[in-house]
Write a protein that binds this ligand. Structure first.
Ligand code: TRP
Length: 487
């Protein structure tokens, strides 16, 4: 059964973890989600709060998560249990591992749909379907692409298949080698787009939009979204970074690695903003046009530049690759758990996960066409997956992680694992104990307030969900108790 006495697979090269963690962090979150959220929440103020969240919450949580993975040597479930029991705490902490694995799976279910957009735009560029010209025409192309479940389903199925093939091959082979050429390529494409934007007439406006702090546009909803996105973009609390950390050799410095990954991730997000907003302003688009933003704006820029089609192809290749190196990391937790604890081979683990994933992601895909009206409290299934993970599960997982790391583990554990200078360690401890939890609790306070209001409107539904959850919980609890028992 559990193969914990065998040495665990490790990264191939010294840069393996860095590359893979950066590959996981840099993805659609940076290039698709960050710009459209910035547009929706009013620009500079959102960007500032986001940067603070990355530094004050994201970095400490990521350090703890990597340390848990490396010391816990296993899937999130095993790692949380081992870390807790090692310090004499309850094995029930492994529930955090369950939740993060579920979060990773749920994120992937909607992520493959967006990655499918990227793949389909690559195809459209190649086949000449994007030469539409105006922003309005491109918006129509985006809508038409979503309208057919067969079309959209084809692309998200393709992404699911690609993810599972790579994961089945193993992380080291599948990931390390790809990230090595993909990251520099992506940065190059963004530089090119920014260079183009600098001459397009909208650059000044874009700079002002992104970097001038306008306190008036700082809504509480925007702040909460910024924190949720900090978790999302760094791939935190969804099992990904933890599982990657479990392949990290003892000699690597967690602090330095974390800073490098967070920096790379942030730079790519800001570059994406600088590439996209000049086009938006120069063409009079609304920055708050939502999830379709990059797909409606960037083709305009490409069409206007020399060799545009070539660059557009390269851009969508890079974006699709960036999406794949992220999607791979989201299933890695589930796959490593199936292999370690359930005796699956890597391949069968990848394919069984893939089948379930395909079912859930197909339901998410339908939110854009057939199922657009299947809403609960105003959210489609796709929106629910995003909302539950970004606003609840990831923050809750992050909170549990820092509380365990900052207060409950034996004093020496995190000090040994992080191996920082005394000053830096104290700084980390302060962040992990007070700054991060406080920031996260603010989210929940606000969410709870919203929840109370919507509860008043939707209580019959919520009651039914609650009853169903209790029923499922009762059914699972004997198994849970046996699986949680210390071995
Ligand atoms: N960070 C990725 C992005 O920005 C998304 C992602 C990958 C992710 N793995 C994750 C998000 C794990 C949460 C958890 O595109």
């Amino acid at each position: 059964m559990a193969s914990s006495d065998q040495p665990r697979a490790q990264w191939l090269g010294r840069w393996g973890f860095m590359l893979a963690a950066t590959g996981s962090a840099v993805g659609l979150g940076n290039i698709w989600k960050f710009p459209y959220m910035t547009g929706e929440y009013g620009g500079g103020a959102f960007v500032l709060v986001y940067l603070i969240c990355i530094l004050a919450v994201g970095v400490p949580v990521m350090m703890a998560e990597i340390a848990f993975g490396r010391r816990g040597r296993g899937s999130p479930i095993d790692a949380f249990r081992r870390m807790a029991t090692e310090s004499g705490r309850s094995p029930v902490w492994s529930l955090l591992g369950w939740m993060s694995m579920l979060a990773g799976f749920m994120i992937l279910s909607f992520y493959v749909v967006v990655a499918g957009w990227s793949f389909s735009y690559l195809w459209k560029t190649l086949s000449g379907g994007l030469n539409a010209g105006s922003v309005e025409a491109l918006a129509a192309v985006f809508d038409a692409n979503n309208a057919s479940p067969w079309n959209l389903g084809f692309w998200s199925t393709l992404v699911t298949l690609a993810t599972m093939v790579i994961v089945g091959k193993g992380v080291q082979e599948g990931i390390e080698k790809n990230v090595r050429w993909m990251m520099p390529g992506l940065v190059l494409m963004l530089v090119l787009l920014i260079g183009f934007g600098a001459f397009s007439g909208g650059f000044g406006e874009a700079l002002a939009f992104l970097f001038s702090f306008n306190a008036g546009s700082l809504s509480s909803a925007g702040m909460l979204a910024a924190l949720g996105h900090a978790f999302f973009t760094l791939s935190l609390a969804a099992g990904a970074i933890l599982t990657y950390g479990s392949y990290l050799p003892k000699s690597a410095s967690i602090g330095r690695t974390t800073l490098a990954v967070a920096l790379a991730d942030t730079v790519v997000a800001l570059m994406a903003g600088l590439a996209i907003f000049p086009v938006i302003f120069a063409n009079g688009m609304d920055p708050a046009s939502g999830p379709g933003l990059i797909f409606m704006s960037l083709p305009v820029a490409f069409q206007a530049m020399p060799l545009g089609t070539l660059f557009e192809v390269l851009f969508f290749v890079m974006l699709s690759m960036a999406a794949l190196t992220s999607s791979i990391s989201m299933v890695e937790a589930t796959v490593s758990w199936l292999c370690d604890s359930k005796g699956f081979t890597r391949r069968s683990a990848a394919w069984s996960t893939g089948i379930v994933l395909w079912l859930v992601s197909t339901a998410a895909m339908l939110s854009f066409n057939l199922g657009a009206d299947w809403t609960l409290a105003g959210r489609t299934f796709f929106d629910w997956l995003d909302y539950l993970t970004s606003r609840w599960m990831m923050p809750l997982g992050g909170l549990g992680t820092v509380i365990l790391a900052g207060f409950l583990l034996d004093k020496h554990v995190m000090r040994d694992e992080l191996d920082l200078s005394p000053t830096l360690y104290t700084l980390w401890l302060l962040m992990a104990r007070y700054v991060s939890p406080l920031g996260i609790l603010v989210i929940f306070a606000d969410q709870l307030a919203l929840f109370t209001v919507s509860f008043a409107q939707h209580w019959p539904w919520l009651l039914m969900i609650l009853v169903a959850m209790i029923a499922v919980g009762e059914f699972l609890s004997p198994r849970l108790r046996t699986s949680l028992a210390p071995r």
